[in-house]
Design a protein around this ligand. Structure first.
Ligand SMILES: [Zn+2]
Ligand SMILES: [Zn+2]
Length: 283
């Protein structure tokens, strides 16, 4: 069963188990985040983001492209990834194409940290450098919307409409930071890219949740420990903090309990654990 949660105005569905597989879909933005497992209902999505090339995030890309052909999608998807992996990704897909005799074309969008790219309508994506053992990116989805310039604030609506008709330049463009996806990184990313903390919804990895793996263990593996999130609790401004990519060494129930116990109340009310309530991990 896929996990599905509601975070602010967004739905996040999919599967995430650290080191095993992670693939999430946010239908309201029309995006899939990572392809560690080929989920049938994700194959038709036109914008796919790879955080990095590790197998638990990227190994199912070929299978997902195969399903896309099967369901009759006429165009290849746009696949966004760290620019450094452009050549190995192209080689891997070419090899899979020869192996499967299937169309493995993608519309490749290599991105570098700091780049912003339009997805269509008013949605854009911005890439941030994360800190992992291989080239990796976090993605922040934003909306660019017109906002009344400060000098016109407080004017009656009729006056605004009159000025607009008269051709006055009343609006400036503003960015609404909607949702960020941050995985496989040192928690240090929250210091190097603090703008991620301003996202309305923040999806963040939390691979280890108790003392069986210490903060130091997590840092050695370039991952985030729950203790590091708790230590920064006051810095999270988001409406919803979605924690995922838990290690399979914790059961879903343990994860739910540890996060509930450890999170300070002010942040705890906004935290959503992306894991089954009980039972076992998917698969
Ligand atoms: Zn991972
Ligand atoms: Zn990784």
């Amino acid at each position: 069963m896929l996990t599905e949660i509601r975070a602010g105005p967004y739905t996040v569905r999919g599967i995430s188990v650290g080191g095993v597989y992670t693939s999430l879909q946010v239908p309201e933005l029309g995006v899939v985040l990572d392809a560690g497992i080929p989920l049938r209902s994700f194959a038709g999505t036109d914008h796919l983001f790879l955080s990095h090339g590790h197998a638990d995030h990227a190994a199912a890309l070929g299978a997902l492209l195969g399903i896309r052909v099967l369901i009759g999608k006429p165009r290849p998807p746009k696949v966004y990834f760290p620019a450094e992996i452009e050549a190995p990704l192209a080689e891997a897909l070419a090899g899979l194409g020869r192996l499967h005799h299937t169309d493995m074309r993608i519309d490749a969008v290599p991105l570098r940290p700091g780049e912003t790219w339009p997805l269509g309508h008013d949605v854009w994506v911005r890439a941030f450098r994360t800190h992992h053992r291989v080239p990796s990116l976090a993605y922040q989805f934003l909306r660019r919307v017109p906002k009344l310039r400060p000098e016109y604030h407080g004017l009656p609506a009729q006056e605004v409409a009159r000025l607009r008709r008269a051709g006055e330049d009343l609006f400036e463009e503003s960015e609404r930071l909607e949702l960020a996806y941050v995985t496989d990184t040192l928690a240090h990313v929250l210091d190097t890219a603090p703008a991620l903390l301003e996202s309305r919804v923040l999806i963040l990895e939390c691979t280890f949740v108790d003392g069986r793996r210490t903060v130091l263990d997590a840092q050695e593996r370039s991952h985030v420990h729950l203790d590091e999130i708790v230590a920064r609790a006051e810095r999270f401004q988001c409406e919803a903090l979605v924690l995922m990519h838990f290690s399979q060494s914790h059961s879903p129930e343990e994860v739910q309990a540890r996060v509930r116990e450890r999170m300070p109340a002010a942040l705890g009310a906004r935290v959503i654990v992306f894991a089954p309530e009980r039972g076992r991990w998917f698969g």
